[in-house]
Design a protein around this ligand. Structure first.
Ligand SMILES: Cc1cc2nc3c(=O)[nH]c(=O)nc-3n(C[C@H](O)[C@H](O)[C@H](O)COP(=O)(O)OP(=O)(O)OC[C@H]3O[C@@H](n4cnc5c(N)ncnc54)[C@H](O)[C@@H]3O)c2cc1C
Length: 314
């Protein structure tokens, strides 16, 4: 598809991520990882890496991004003959053992971490024994041991510090919040369908439904705006994305609570879609450092109104 502008492309991707999240949050998590990997190749890949990527994609290869790791992390070592070797493992590695390749973060001899593309489909390296969770099971976010893998220098993507480079890195939260938003929207739709006639005739239940609609659409407006800011490489994007994370989390928590109160016990029954969405969403909401993100947003907003486009409140 040809897009007239980067904003148009982001707007389209925002809708796609929501749609996938609406269908299934685990699939959404995997798809978001693939989209993130494609963006990293786009920003930091060489011409040779782009042509390799195209060949792989033609064969149906699916990618992910694994940054989370237990201490002491993943190290990129170099022996006396210049051969590269990895040591360590990744946790919360969505698609562990099933994806073709992953962009992983590693610590080399430089102070900033960097990216390496590794094979991710070796079942023997994946450990799913700890992935015993009440939701998001199908995202297969287990551990993946990369110890002993010897990446070719051509597998180094970008340079030290590129993965964490802002505003792209932090504003990139717009992608997972778009998937989460899809889950919230699906929950709202299911709640409406499951709402009994008695509940629909009760103003108290209708007030809960109205609150759910407002929370969902508020989250929509923030995430859409955040996606557009990412397209523009807006320097206020990181503050905006950090605030957006909290808005989406609050909306999801409210809509989950209200769905249970509107629909009653059926919302918790095995086999009910509402139950599955709530289990998935409540886990998928747990992203890194939510309190820190909100606090950083507050610090930025105290300085200037990060929403303002030349018309800030202060
Ligand atoms: C389904 C799923 C799939 C995932 N897939 C991937 C993936 O493919 N790739 C990947 O890289 N990651 C993935 N992740 C990991 C994700 O990006 C987060 O790193 C992870 O979910 C954070 O987990 P946590 O809430 O336990 O950790 P933390 O961020 O450690 O938070 C735990 C608690 O500690 C608090 N806390 C944390 N740090 C501090 C601090 N410094 N000071 C005070 N309080 C603090 C937080 O506020 C929070 O309340 C996935 C996570 C999930 C749930």
């Amino acid at each position: 598809m040809i897009f007239a502008s980067e904003e148009e492309r982001h707007r389209e991707m925002f809708d796609v991520l929501r749609a996938v999240g609406r269908a299934d949050l685990s699939v959404g998590r995997l798809y978001e990882g693939h989209v993130n990997a494609m963006a990293l190749f786009d920003w930091y890949g060489t011409a040779g890496q782009h042509s390799w990527l195209c060949q792989e994609l033609r064969t149906g290869a699916f990618y992910g991004v694994w940054a989370t790791e237990p201490l002491p992390g993943v190290h990129l070592n170099c022996d006396g003959e210049g051969r590269l070797c990895l040591e360590g493992s990744k946790t919360f590695a969505s698609g562990a053992g099933g994806l073709a390749h992953c962009v992983i973060t590693v610590q080399g001899h430089e102070s900033e971490r960097r990216m390496v593309v590794v094979r991710a489909n070796e079942a023997a390296r994946a450990d799913l024994s700890q992935w015993r969770v009440r939701g998001m099971r199908a995202s297969v976010s287990g551990c993946y041991d990369v110890t002993g893998l010897e990446p070719d220098p051509a597998a180094l993507l970008g340079g030290p510090g590129d993965y964490d480079r802002d505003p792209r890195f932090t504003t990139g939260a717009w992608r997972f919040t778009a998937v989460q938003l899809g889950g919230i929207e699906a929950l709202l739709t299911e709640t409406r369908t499951a709402m009994s006639q008695t509940a629909r005739e009760d103003p108290l239940q209708r007030a809960k439904f109205a609150h759910s609609v407002a929370a969902t659409r508020t989250a929509y407006l923030w995430v859409r705006e955040c996606a557009l800011r990412a397209a523009r490489n807006d320097p206020d994007g990181p503050a905006f994305a950090r605030m957006t994370r909290g808005i989406v989390e609050r909306a999801a928590l409210d809509v989950m609570e209200l769905a249970a109160r509107i629909v009653g016990t059926r919302s918790a029954m095995d086999g009910q879609r509402i139950d599955k969405i709530i289990r998935d969403l409540s886990l998928y909401l747990r992203q890194a450092g939510p309190d820190y993100a909100r606090d950083q947003a507050a610090i930025a907003w105290l300085e200037r109104d990060a929403w303002g486009d030349g018309d800030g409140l202060w």
